[in-house]
Write a protein that binds this ligand. Structure first.
Ligand code: GDD
Ligand code: MN
Length: 366
């Protein structure tokens, strides 16, 4: 297996692609002789960047040129290239010489030392931008700050989340699950990958000497949409939020059954008996939803047969939760003389955590 697959996304980089490929191959021929590949993913550039890259193939046997006609976009081009790659380490570098090729060696070194993701950063020692206007620096920092607000657990992990120059271990990614939008492939990698350890390496973002940037206002919109998409996906995949959602349906079921059984216009059964049945029906409702949705992955397989056992445990934990709820409520109201409404919210919050964690540990084990 190859060590490194480096993807170079290009769109109209006719003047840059050949000098870049020659620099990359001479660096990597030293560092990783015969153990790397270069993959140019060109989106059918009108200036024929793909043809210019392919011209070098006789001289550079480790070079693959993919001319993509089906789609456009930097981030999807990178994923497309990685999907055809052979290497154990997947990397990306811009095709316009703004990313200094020498930084590759430092990135490679940190990867070989065992990190999962090595990011070339403008914001650590040795990093920077050439001569950006105050306005541009401000815009770049603003975008980063906004991202930090929306997705702190992703953007907070690196000093330069906008970087498009990095390497990641293939085993940390599920390439078919990446659905990036716009320019920011690194966000997608951190959000979806199994990235335990990240290392950053400083680099100076050079000025472009040939060709022009493809960034338009559309890329800013794509960035915003990408942030929101990731936020929603992460919520969707968050067990705890699902559990809370299921809990909310339980409150509705409980109220409905209580009304039907106890209300004088309905069956008019005694309050405690009605509430007992209502709570049991709600617990059953919550169990079925949690089993099929929240903890679906843990409930499937051969364990599926033991659903009655899971239901029993769930029932027990939730019933104890009801007692805990009463206990906390009376402690706060009688003991601490607090108002009963905020006291009830505290009790509900504690019992929700109790229900979630105990069921996670005992009912849906894994
Ligand atoms: N295949 C493909 N398709 N490549 C593209 C496309 C596209 O639609 N759009 C841009 N590229 C290529 C360019 O040819 C270049 O090699 C690289 O992607 C970066 O594009 P630029 O337009 O030069 O972007 P930039 O210099 O403003 O952005 C750089 O800095 C950002 C951080 O500020 C890139 O490195 C980004 O990845 C980085 O996030
Ligand atoms: Mn550029």
């Amino acid at each position: 297996m190859l060590s490194l697959s480096l993807v170079i996304p290009t769109f109209n980089e006719a003047e840059n692609i050949q000098p870049l490929l020659l620099q990359l191959s001479s660096l990597l021929d030293h560092a990783l002789p015969d153990r790397y590949e270069l993959i140019v993913v060109d989106d059918d550039s009108p200036d024929h960047t793909w043809a210019l890259a392919a011209e070098l193939q006789p001289k550079l046997p480790m070079l693959t040129v993919l001319r993509r006609q089906s789609d456009r976009g930097l981030a999807t081009a990178v994923v497309y290239g990685w999907q055809q790659a052979q290497g154990e380490i997947l990397g990306v570098i811009d095709g316009d010489l703004q990313h200094p090729p020498e930084t590759l060696l430092a990135l490679l070194e940190t990867m070989q030392a065992g990190t999962d993701l090595a990011v070339a950063s403008r914001n650590v020692t040795g990093g920077g931008v050439s001569d950006w206007s105050l306005w541009r620096r401000f815009g770049s920092r603003g975008a980063q700050l906004l991202g930090l607000l929306v997705l702190p657990e992703v953007l907070g992990r690196v000093s330069d989340p906008m970087s498009g120059y990095f390497m990641v271990r293939r085993s940390a990614l599920d390439l078919n699950r990446l659905q990036p939008r716009g320019y920011k492939i690194l966000l997608e990698v951190i959000a979806k990958g199994r990235i335990r350890h990240i290392q950053e390496v400083g680099f100076v973002f050079r000025e472009r000497s040939q060709g022009e940037s493809k960034v338009t206002s559309r890329e800013y919109w794509d960035y915003l949409r990408h942030l929101l998409q990731l936020r929603l996906q992460r919520w969707e995949s968050s067990r705890f939020l699902k559990f809370i959602g299921v809990g909310a349906t339980g409150v509705i079921v409980d109220s409905l059954v209580l009304y039907l059984l106890h209300d004088s216009s309905q069956l008019g059964l005694p309050l405690l008996l009605s509430k007992f049945i209502a709570a049991e029906v709600a617990i059953f409702n919550n169990f079925m939803l949690n089993d099929a949705w929240t903890f679906r992955d843990l409930a499937k397989g051969s364990q599926k047969r033991y659903w009655s056992r899971r239901f029993l445990k769930f029932n027990l934990i939730c019933s104890l939760g009801i007692f805990l709820n009463l206990l906390i409520l009376s402690l706060l109201v009688e003991g601490l003389k607090l108002h009963y409404l905020p006291s009830n919210w505290v009790a509900i919050a504690v019992v929700t955590l109790w229900n979630f964690w105990l069921n996670r540990k005992l009912t849906w084990v894994g």
